[in-house]
Design a protein around this ligand. Structure first.
Ligand code: ATP
Ligand code: MG
Length: 240
């Protein structure tokens, strides 16, 4: 399997506050890498550093064989890194379709004609095709999450970063998100999926990484990771 992404001893954070502490991990082409870890362990900070909102203090991020550590966010988007946000914030003054069009034109660099076709395809993929002309302000949480994914897809990513795409959803709705990720994997997308919902992480990822205090504590087969003593210790404080 070909590596598409490597974090090499990345330290990163906000201002002078160090959150990521020599974080290292790899992502292989076509895989879904799940990321778990307690609140505040640095999962979103990792995503922000990968997407370019934060610059590493030290270490390197290698994507497609190239060091992208210093590239600005819009350049990373253009070379195929697409992301969703933990708290969806669609443009509420626009329709569902217009939200994705904006992503395709401004994030993906497509012409309006190309974007018009492509954005509809993205909405079909996430299951919002029949709601394209509705206002984004009227969406339920599940549909908001789907739109968030469609907006990321609208930039035509090769590597898709999902930050808690299933948080706050019912069990049935989580199932829908799991099906969506399975569809994306079939379309040959590589995915990093941060999530607290363990059922989704165990059943929908190829490998799972657990972070704690900005570090990669364990990474491996999902059920081996969730059953490991170190993960039990991190979440529950260990056995009595
Ligand atoms: N903008 C910011 N400025 C300063 N510190 C921040 C900022 N955003 C996050 N932090 C701090 O960075 C640490 C890691 O936060 P991060 O959001 O990456 O955690 P997380 O693993 O995504 O948590 P959660 O599961 O709650 O989403 C926390 O201590 C948090 O308080
Ligand atoms: Mg987070």
């Amino acid at each position: 399997m070909k590596k598409v992404l490597s974090f090499e001893n990345v330290c990163s954070g906000y201002g002078r506050i160090r959150i990521l502490d020599n974080l290292s991990f790899d992502v292989e082409e076509g895989e879904v890498l799940g990321v778990i870890g307690p609140n505040g362990s640095g999962k979103t900070t990792m995503l922000n550093t990968l997407a370019g909102l934060l610059r590493p203090f030290s270490g390197r991020i290698i994507y497609g064989g190239r060091d992208i550590s210093r590239l600005p966010p819009y350049s990373r988007c253009r070379i195929g890194i697409g992301r969703t946000f933990q708290i969806p914030r669609p443009f509420t003054g626009m329709t569902v379709l217009e939200n994705v069009l904006a992503a395709s034109v401004h994030g993906g660099g497509m012409s309006r004609k190309e974007a018009a076709f492509f954005a509809e395809e993205c909405l079909e993929t996430v299951g919002l095709g029949d709601r394209k002309n509705e206002s984004a302000a009227a969406l339920t949480l599940l549909d908001c999450k789907k739109l968030e994914v469609a907006r990321a897809l609208g930039t035509r990513p090769k590597l898709l970063l999902l930050d808690e795409a299933a948080a706050g959803l019912t069990e049935a709705e989580v199932g829908e998100v799991m099906e969506l990720v399975a569809r994306l994997k079939k379309q040959k997308l590589t995915v990093i999926w941060i999530e607290h919902v363990l059922e989704a992480m165990e059943n929908s990822t190829d490998r799972l990484m657990c972070m704690a205090q900005g570090r990669n504590v364990i990474c491996g087969l999902p059920r081996e990771v969730t059953a490991s003593e170190i993960v039990e210790e991190i979440y529950l404080g260990g056995r009595e």
